[in-house]
Design a protein around this ligand. Structure first.
Ligand code: ADP
Ligand code: MG
Length: 679
């Protein structure tokens, strides 16, 4: 019996490089410096400026380990112009040997005015022979990791330049039209800028060489996403043209008219559905912009053609609400809707399945239980995914993969507005419709920031609002470390509010509640049998109770911006003036303060998303969507918006005319990882 040999141990070096995202030698070329140090010149000691990193050369006059105020090595260095103190709070025996009186030393470091005059703390030092030539290029400082010295990285990069392909993936003609510098030249410039390089332009990454790198990265991203788009588009789907009968009857019986934005989205979707290849569309719209109706109209179009339509929501509360809403809208048309959820009683589930199997119902609403059930198979024409970012890639794909032969059309909805440039880059594999208009008649929500010390006043406001016949949400703090603690807090808040507001009916809803109990509480809140709903963040998405006009969020400083915006969007849905009270606990962190400020100052989801992007970076927006996939390393779609547009156009041209170079670009940037971008 032969046992498989253990895989060869990765060398320590390979392990460290892997931490930096360097898997292949060629990846070193794309491992670009964070900043540079200028060791190309020497500054006379008398001419040193405080605060700037500079290099000096001189003779060690005196060196001593002093013990007070703490053990440190103090060295006096002299050149023709003056004397400078070098101070080391940590030092190695080798440094003690190097820094001895009479040694000729170059020291590089930042100069500060200390108690005894100018000094350098922890300068980098080297012993030099007199008149040793100075380096010809700025010294790059690379992102590194423990155990990997800058000098080692520099050597590795230099070797990569000798051994790796450096050919330009951009055809010369295209590159000229884009006015971008050549690839190799740009790379060399960034790894080894000449002494006269504009450090400011390099460090702000505005230099043409930087723009070239960022352009290529964005181009690779565009190409990869466009290929994925084309691949999905090459599949067959049922063509579901708008027939008009059901849809016009549905619109007639609505108590309101569609907004212009809703009509535009409906038209775009109607056209997609009529095609014999699958729709891949994202419907973006702020909280309350009316996405559900757009989804319902799309579903009707599938039904008109005799195909099934499914709407999948991330939570049972939300799925249940959609179900009730669709039922209300569709019953007058004589259409049935089935409802599938994990917690359902067996008998109800069976009855619902029967509705679908018999074809009495063509529409189904539910949680991911929809994916697991086998009834939605042959005739699934359209799958709608609400709050798409809440689902993992896998769950969304599962809905699509259920159908053999033809793929269903996919409509994904998101209430987390994605800033335009971010959408253009990361969502290049989707068509996007935007609801940029709220239904008329909404009263703006007044947002108040209130210190937790004034909780009593807030309780009085809740009492007043409910006395006037309205309702309130009271959202309990997010406790990231412990779900149990979060639950406990919610229960305590429920108990205290129940006694403080004894004349009102207070309800409690949280994630641990049995689904049936959860539904019962929500239903009581919808009926106004419960006036104050104490909740954890389970109500974050989609809940729609127009009579609720007051939202209180405790420990608002612990919530993310998108979450606060979603929560606030639960009120302001009816005609009554609504308000949102953000209770915060002192002291506030700087980031917490910024978030509260942003939410206080703006009610526009896109503006808030833009601020969120600044505070947290793009990962949060696309997290679930591209989990595991490569985020952009150098380009910033917001800052480099012009490059995103150029890359988008260039991607078309590369795909059409230069497919081999397109492959080369993908290989260079994503190596074996391009697959991940497709989900
Ligand atoms: P969201 O985009 O957040 O999912 P919903 O679809 O839940 O928004 O809609 C929010 C509220 O606005 C619902 O009560 C819905 O019935 C109502 N609504 C939707 N469209 C319109 C419209 N055109 N005019 C008036 N009210 C509308
Ligand atoms: Mg919604």
């Amino acid at each position: 019996m032969s046992e498989a040999a253990p895989p060869p141990k990765k060398s320590a070096l390979a392990g460290r490089l892997a931490k930096l995202g360097v898997a292949r030698e060629a990846d070193l070329l794309l491992h670009l410096p964070l900043r540079y140090e200028d060791e190309t010149t020497l500054t006379p000691i008398a001419a040193l400026r405080s605060g700037d990193p500079q290099q000096v050369e001189g003779l060690v006059e005196h060196a001593e380990v002093v013990l007070r105020p703490r053990r440190q090595l103090v060295v006096r260095l002299r050149d023709d112009s003056g004397v400078l103190t070098l101070r080391f709070l940590n030092f190695y025996p080798a440094q003690l040997k190097q820094l001895v009186p009479g040694a000729q030393i170059r020291a590089f470091g930042e100069v500060r005015s200390g108690f005894w005059g100018e000094e350098m703390i922890h300068p980098r030092t080297q012993t030099v022979a007199e008149a040793k030539a100075l380096p010809q290029a700025l010294t790059p400082v690379y992102p590194s990791t423990a155990g990997l010295a800058q000098s080692a990285l520099r050597k590795l990069v230099a070797r990569a330049f000798e051994r790796c392909a450096l050919d330009d993936p951009l055809p010369a003609e295209l590159r000229k039209a884009l006015k971008l510098p050549a690839w190799e030249r740009s790379l060399r410039y960034l790894h080894q800028p000449p002494p006269d390089a504009q450090l400011a332009a390099l460090e702000s990454r505005n230099h043409p060489a930087w723009r070239r790198i960022k352009f290529d990265e964005l181009l690779a991203q565009q190409i990869s996403l466009r290929r994925a788009y084309a691949e999905r588009r090459s599949h067959r789907a049922y063509a579901l043209p708008a027939k008009g009968q059901l849809i016009s009857r549905f619109i007639e019986q609505l108590p309101f008219a569609l907004t212009g934005a809703q009509r535009r989205a409906v038209d775009q979707i109607a056209e997609d559905l009529a095609q014999a290849h699958p729709m891949q569309r994202l419907l973006q719209g702020d909280v309350g912009s009316g996405k559900t109706i757009v989804a319902a109209l799309a579903m009707l179009q599938a039904v008109e053609n005799g195909y099934q339509a499914a709407l999948m929501a991330p939570t049972e509360i939300l799925a249940e609400q959609h179900y009730q809403k669709l039922r209300g809208w569709l019953a007058p048309l004589g259409l049935q809707v089935a409802w599938l959820a994990g917690s359902q009683k067996k008998r109800e589930r069976e009855a619902m399945r029967q509705l679908l199997i018999s074809g009495e119902a063509l529409m189904a609403v539910g949680t991911h239980a929809l994916i697991e059930d086998s009834v939605l198979l042959e005739r699934l024409g359209l799958a709608v995914v609400d709050e798409q970012h809440r689902f993992g890639v896998r769950q969304r794909l599962a809905l699509r993969e259920k159908v053999a032969g033809a793929l269903p059309h996919m409509l994904m909805m998101s209430a987390t507005p994605i800033p335009r440039t971010l959408a253009m880059s990361y969502m290049a594999d989707l068509d996007v419709s935007v609801l940029d208009e709220l239904p008329p008649g909404r009263t703006p929500i007044v947002t108040r920031l209130v210190s937790a010390a004034r909780r009593d006043e807030v309780i009085a406001r809740v009492r007043d609002a409910c006395r006037e016949g309205r309702q309130a949400y009271w959202v309990c703090p997010l406790i990231e470390e412990s779900e149990a603690l979060q639950l406990k807090t919610a229960e305590e808040t429920y108990a205290s509010l129940s006694s403080e507001l004894a004349e009102l009916k207070v309800g409690l809803v949280h994630g641990r509640l049995k689904p049936a109990d959860k539904a019962a509480v929500m239903e009581a809140f919808v009926r106004n049998a419960v006036q104050v709903l104490v909740a954890t963040t389970v109500i974050e998405v989609g809940v729609d109770v127009p009579n609720a006009s007051l939202m209180v969020i405790e420990h608002a400083e612990r919530f993310g911006l998108a979450q606060l915006h979603q929560l606030r969007g639960r009120v302001g849905r009816g005609a009554a003036a609504s308000s949102c009270v953000l209770l915060y606990e002192q002291p506030l962190s700087e980031n917490g303060r910024q978030r509260l400020k942003a939410i206080y100052e703006s009610s526009d989801g896109f503006e808030i998303a833009r601020r969120d992007l600044q505070l947290r970076g793009p990962g949060e927006f696309i997290g679930a969507r591209q989990s595991g996939a490569q985020l952009l390393r150098y380009a910033d779609p917001e800052f480099d918006a012009d490059l995103v547009e150029l890359a988008q156009q260039a991607a078309n041209e590369m795909l059409a005319r230069y497919p081999q170079q397109a492959d080369q670009l993908l290989e260079r940037w994503f190596g074996g990882r391009a697959e991940l971008l497709k989900a």
